[in-house]
Write a new protein. Structure first.
Length: 94
């Protein structure tokens, strides 16, 4: 079993922790995805976002290209957050 050393602090922290625990209980290592979710968690904190729902605005900001990110990197980080958001329904997107 993979033991995490990441702490999550945003409004989505309980959902992220539950999602990672589920994936690991199913046999996935979920290490890279955990790093992505940790970056997302930090992004949410940096933005001062405290609403319990994930909006289109915050999703679009998360999906914006940063530094030298390739399109595949952007796709990957969006998919991980989308799967996590779908897990417990913390997305307010339709």
């Amino acid at each position: 079993m993979v033991i995490s050393n990441k702490s999550f602090w945003s409004v989505f922290a309980p959902h992220i922790n539950d999602f990672i625990s589920l994936k690991r209980s199913l046999g996935y290592k979920y290490e890279e995805e955990e790093r992505t979710l940790h970056t997302f968690d930090q992004f949410i904190l940096d933005q001062g976002y405290t609403s319990p729902g994930l909006t289109k605005e915050i999703s679009d900001q998360w999906a914006d290209r940063r530094h030298n990110e390739a399109e595949l990197t952007i796709y990957g980080k969006v998919i991980v957050v989308k799967k996590c958001a779908s897990f417990r329904g913390f997305s307010s997107l339709n």
